[in-house]
Design a binder for this molecule. Sequence first.
Ligand SMILES: *Cc1c(COP(=O)(O)O)cnc(C)c1O
Length: 360
Amino acid sequence: MSRVFNFSAGPAMLSEAVIKKASEEMLDWRGEGMSVMEMSHRGKAFMSIASKAEADLRNLMAIPDNYKVLFLQGGASMQFGAIPLNLLGDKKTADYINTGMWSKKAIAEAKRYCDVNVAASSEDSGFTTIPDFADWKLNPDAAYVHYTPNETIGGVEFDYIPDTGDVPLIADMSSTILSRPIDVSKFGMIYAGAQKNVGPAGLTLVIIRDDLLGHAADITPTMLNYKTHADADSMYNTPPIYSWYLAGLVFEWLLENGGLEAMGKINKSKSDKLYAAIEGNDFYANPVEKRYRSWMNVPFTLKDADLDAAFLEQAAAKGLATLKGHRSVGGMRASIYNAMPEAGVDTLVEFMAEFAKANG
Ligand SMILES: *Cc1c(COP(=O)(O)O)cnc(C)c1O
């Protein structure tokens, strides 16, 4: 058996150390005589797994005590609707920043519940940049400001946290959470589907400031009300126990490897190498303004799109898998989350040079 370097945007590569550990514990978790999948979520064994995972995540991200961490289902997409339902309160409008496909989905869903003010958009540029903060038309009466710090499809990432004053800042961090240190206290709420940089699909993380709980609209389904889950320690109903457990193994692995400070350095180095390979050869191109290039998702095109199929086939033969770009962008996309080793990026960079030479 040999594992490939998997550049999938999500579900994405997991650290081999984590999968090995899970496989060692698969049949019998630490003498319980059963796998984690078979455990009652209310039993002592799983409760210990759950609380250790939360404690490790709090430690990794330095989450302040006045924030709740929720382990939910439904993906980031479910949050697009849950956010206005929970956070509008007495207000009728919310600010959204439109920087790409995921922003647009969040906006479309919010429009079902409130007046959406698109306070800034980079759509005119084809989503290749981030709108200048000085030009944002924020509404002081907005219930919250929603943005997408990293657009997974366009490969565009904020290099700063917008200061929205007293209006809570809400961030869809699905593809950037845990990739570098962030100051959680700057946010009202952070959410992320797990399948990119946290663990397997099926788990969604919500990190929310205490004072934002308890204002949900009356029509909010019980299961979409954050207070339901905050009051029940995410055990109101059966949580996604195996994904929660695996996310916990990922958190342990990150802590053992230097935490987010170390991840940030490695991720910077990996993405610098890849962008240098694209910049340094006119066979390849990336349309994103340099300052806003994503550390996690690196889209690039070849000089001639007719060579895409050959590129993908030869890359796969070298163990470089899932490089095909999103259908809306074309070309290639290398997603290089925490679990992608630097050797994977080195191998890709080497292959790109060879391929350009042979076909340029
Ligand atoms: C993948 C992704 C989503 C959708 O996540 P699901 O968990 O599949 O709903 C939303 N936002 C961003 C930024 C993403 O990368």
